[in-house]
Design a protein around this ligand. Structure first.
Ligand code: HEC
Length: 239
């Protein structure tokens, strides 16, 4: 509960000041990828991340990075490599076991890609071994109970700042848990490890918007959208 209040007040702070509640890693793209970013960093001095006026108790969309950088695949890979461990250190402060282990799971995207549907953040998709048929993408059967899909995220602004973003989780629960959500438990963990919300648990109403969007993927694919085709890892050994 304390964690929840802490994250809530930080979010409130974000909407009143044009700052971000996301944990800044104190890194600049410049220091990570060298002088190529220099020109854009010099030209763009505006505040790049700004909170939006949203109903925080029941958000209808992600808080979005207002001026996201356009990174090449190589740049996004380099940045991710540098910030990954610190991102995970934040997520680990939550009690969620997935936050502890997801980096050891199979990754399904070849490089971080910018997800418009997750607040313009750069994201990666991981799945545990129980969920291994996720790698068959649209041809996957219903994933078994215990499947966990994890999406970590970071934001890069045109000004060159790098911020950690939330960890997004979907866990397949027992039949009947939440029938209209294909029994997925949607969870969002903030960069500092605080819980934003989890289906049928603390802050459940705050992650309803996940379901609202994911149900558009349809019943046939059990509310999964999968990795955009151009970023998919294709496994040759999966039937
Ligand atoms: C506006 C639509 C939208 C919203 C809201 C949304 N998602 Fe997603 N989600 C997607 C799309 C599209 C993908 C696949 C492509 C991508 O990553 O952008 C996806 C992928 C995922 C995945 C990987 C599994 C898959 O579907 O392939 C997870 C995990 C996930 N989202 C969790 C969440 C959680 C948790 C929330 C709420 C906090 C959420 N999402 C909110 C659209 C959305």
């Amino acid at each position: 509960m304390v964690r929840f209040i802490r994250s809530f007040s930080r979010l409130l702070h974000r909407t009143s000041a044009s700052a971000t509640a996301e944990g800044s890693l104190g890194l600049s793209v410049l220091s990570l990828i060298g002088p190529t970013a220099l020109v854009s960093v010099l030209l763009l001095t505006m505040t790049a991340v700004r909170g939006q006026s949203l109903d925080l108790a029941r958000p209808e969309q992600h808080f979005s990075v207002e001026r996201p950088a356009n990174l090449s695949t190589a740049e996004s890979m380099v940045i991710y490599e540098k910030v990954r461990d610190r991102m995970v250190a934040g997520y680990r402060l939550s009690d969620d076991p997935a936050a502890e282990s997801f980096l050891k799971w199979r990754r399904y995207n070849v490089a971080p890609y910018r997800s418009a549907t997750h607040g313009q953040r750069y994201v990666n998709n991981y799945a545990n071994m129980i969920a291994k048929s996720y790698g068959r993408y649209e041809k996957a059967d219903r994933l078994p109970v215990g499947s966990v899909l994890a999406k970590d995220s970071f934001a890069v602004t045109q000004r060159g700042d790098v911020f950690t973003g939330p960890l997004f989780l979907m866990e397949k629960m027992a039949a009947g848990f939440r029938p209209d959500a294909h029994d997925w438990r949607y969870t969002m963990i903030m960069p500092d490890g605080s819980l934003f919300g989890t289906t049928n648990g603390e802050g459940s109403e705050r992650v309803e918007f996940c379901i609202t969007c994911h149900e558009a993927a349809g019943d046939k694919v059990q509310q999964l959208f999968f990795v955009p085709k151009e970023f998919r890892v294709e496994f040759l050994n999966l039937q």
